[in-house]
Design a protein around this ligand. Structure first.
Ligand SMILES: Nc1nc2c(ncn2[C@@H]2O[C@H](COP(=O)(O)OP(=O)(O)OP(=O)(O)O)[C@@H](O)[C@H]2O)c(=O)[nH]1
Length: 393
C-alpha cells in the first residue's frame, strides 16, 4: 500500500523565522533524516543501498558502525585522514564513496559525530543518521530542538528533515503485539509513533496480501499520519524518504519554561492527511485525530494551553465535575490550525516539545476550511477526545 496521497508534506519556501535568529545570507541548512527500525528489519540493507546506488544525491550517512556493514562490502574511493592532532594517522572515520556519498562511523554518539561531520561541509547535501542501538528515535529527534549546545550552533546549519522507520513485514506485527517496556510503551511502538515515513520491508517474504494489509492496518492504527511504503531489500526511491520536510517550521522548542515563537513555515496537503476518526489501541498506544474548525485567536490560545497541559503535565485539564486525573503520554503530535482571520498555523511535536508556527501568507494556497490535529500516544481515549472537543467547541 502506498499512501502518498496522505503524506503530511511540509514544504519550506524559505520562510523567515519569527523570533529566531535570521539565517545568514546564502547559508542553507543541511537536512538530516533519522533512520530507526525494528531489529533485523533491514536498516543496514537500506543504508547499504543508499551508499552504493547511483541516485544522484550526495548523502553523508552516519552509521553506528560500518565495520561489518559497509567497509567490507562497499568500495570506497578514498579512506580519509581525519585526525586533527596527527594528520599522518588514518582514523578511517570517513569513507568517500564512488556514488558521491560519504560514510561516517559514530564512535562518539550524537552531537559530537555530527559536529565532526560538519567539518566536511560542502561534501554532502543531506545527512542520514542511523539509530541502531538507540531504539527510541524520539530523544534523538529532540536534540535538534532541546540541546543548548546544538541549538546554539549546529541547528543553524542542520534541520531535521524527518524520521524513517523500517518495519519487518514478517515479524513486525508480532514485535508490536509483544512490545513492552517498564513504562508500558515498547520500543517498536515508539519507533512507529515517532515516524514520518514507514518502510514495510521484506514484503517478498510475507505469506499473503492479507498478512501485509493486516500489518499495515496495525501500523496505521498507531500512526495514521505516516505514509507506508512496501519494500523488498529496502528498494525505495530515495526521494520518498529524504527531503520530506516533515519538520519545517520547527527551529525552536517550547519545553518547560521555553516560550519562543519560531519561524514561519508553509505546508502542503496536511489538511488531507487524516483519515476518518477511529479508535484503535495497541498495547495502550493509540491516536486521536480531530477536525479543528476555524479558530478565533482566543480559541487558539485555549487550544495551546490544552496542549501544554497534556504534553508537559501528562494529564488532561481537570473537569469541574470531577477530580479524576486522566493521564496522557503523547509521543508525537502534528496539526494544522486555521484562524477566522485567515491565518494558518502548523503544530509539530515530539514528546514534551512542540512548536506552533504561522504559515507565511504567500505560502497559503487556498485556505482550508478546517484544520486537523493528530496526537499519538497513551491515554488518548474518548475522555481525551471529549476534553479536546470541549476546548474547540
Ligand atoms: N528476503 C529478504 N531479506 C532481506 C530483506 N531486507 C533485508 N533482508 C535480509 O535480512 C537480514 C537483516 O537485514 P539488515 O539490513 O541487517 O537488518 P537491520 O535492521 O540492519 O538489523 P539490525 O541492525 O541487526 O537490527 C539480512 O540478512 C538481509 O540481507 C528483504 O526485503 N527480503
Amino acid at each position: 500500500m502506498d499512501l502518498d496521497a496522505d503524506i503530511p508534506t511540509l514544504i519550506d519556501h524559505g520562510a523567515q523565522s519569527v523570533g529566531s535568529p535570521e539565517q545568514p545570507q546564502g547559508s542553507k541548512r543541511i537536512p538530516c533524516t533519522i533512520i530507526s527500525g525494528f531489529l533485523g528489519a533491514g536498516k543496514s540493507t537500506l543504508l547499504k543501498r543508499i551508499l552504493t546506488e547511483r541516485h544522484g544525491y550526495r548523502i553523508a550517512v552516519i552509521m553506528n558502525e560500518f565495520g561489518d556493514s559497509a567497509e567490507q562490502s562497499i568500495e570506497a574511493k578514498t579512506i580519509n585522514v581525519t585526525s586533527k592532532e596527527d594528520p599522518t594517522v588514518q582514523s578511517e572515520e570517513f569513507l568517500e564513496l564512488a556514488n558521491g556519498c560519504l560514510c561516517c562511523s559514530i564512535k562518539d554518539a550524537g552531537i559530537a559525530a555530527i559536529e565532526k561531520l560538519m567539518e566536511r561541509k560542502g561534501a554532502f547535501d543531506h545527512i542520514i543518521l542511523e539509530t541502531t542501538g538507540l531504539a527510541d528515535p524520539g530523544p534523538i529527534a529532540s536534540i535538534f530542538w532541546q540541546n543548548e549546545e546544538y541549538s546554539a550552533g549546529l541547528s543553524r546549519e542542520i534541520i531535521l528533515d524527518g524520521v524513517v522507520c523500517v518495519v519487518d513485514a514478517i515479524f513486525g506485527r508480532k514485535q508490536m503485539e509483544e512490545d513492552h517496556s517498564v513504562d508500558g510503551i515498547g520500543e517498536s511502538l515508539r519507533q512507529i509513533a515517532c515516524s514520518d515515513v514507514i518502510l514495510l520491508n521484506k514484503v517478498d517474504l510475507a505469506p499473503s496480501e492479507d498478512d501485509l494489509s493486516e500489518t499495515e492496518h496495525m501500523i496505521q492504527g498507531v500512526n495514521p499520519s505516516a505514509p507506508i511504503h512496501r519494500t523488498t531489500r529496502a528498494n525505495i526511491d530515495i526521494g520518498r524518504i529524504i527531503n520530506i520536510n516533515a519538520y519545517v517550521g520547527v527551529d525552536h522548542l517550547r519545553m518547560g519554561a521555553f516560550h519562543e515563537r519560531s519561524r514561519n513555515a508553509s505546508l502542503d496537503h496536511l489538511h488531507d492527511l487524516v483519515p476518518q476518526p477511529k479508535h484503535y489501541e495497541l498495547r495502550g498506544i493509540s491516536s486521536l485525530q480531530v477536525t479543528v474548525p476555524p479558530l478565533s485567536l482566543c480559541k487558539l490560545e485555549l487550544l495551546e494551553e490544552w496542549l501544554q497541559r497534556v504534553l508537559w503535565d501528562g494529564e488532561l485539564p481537570k473537569d469541574n465535575a470531577s477530580d479524576t486525573v486522566h493521564q496522557i503520554n503523547v509521543l508525537r503530535c502534528k496539526g494544522l490550525f486555521v484562524t477566522d482571520t485567515g491565518k494558518e498555523y502548523i503544530l509539530q511535536g515530539v514528546q514534551t516539545m512542540y512548536d506552533i508556527s504561522e504559515v507565511n501568507g504567500e505560502d497559503v494556497q487556498g485556505l482550508p476550511s478546517a484544520g486537523k490535529l493528530v496526537l499519538i500516544g497513551k491515554g488518548l481515549d474518548e475522555v481525551a477526545r471529549a476534553s479536546l472537543l470541549k476546548v474547540l467547541g
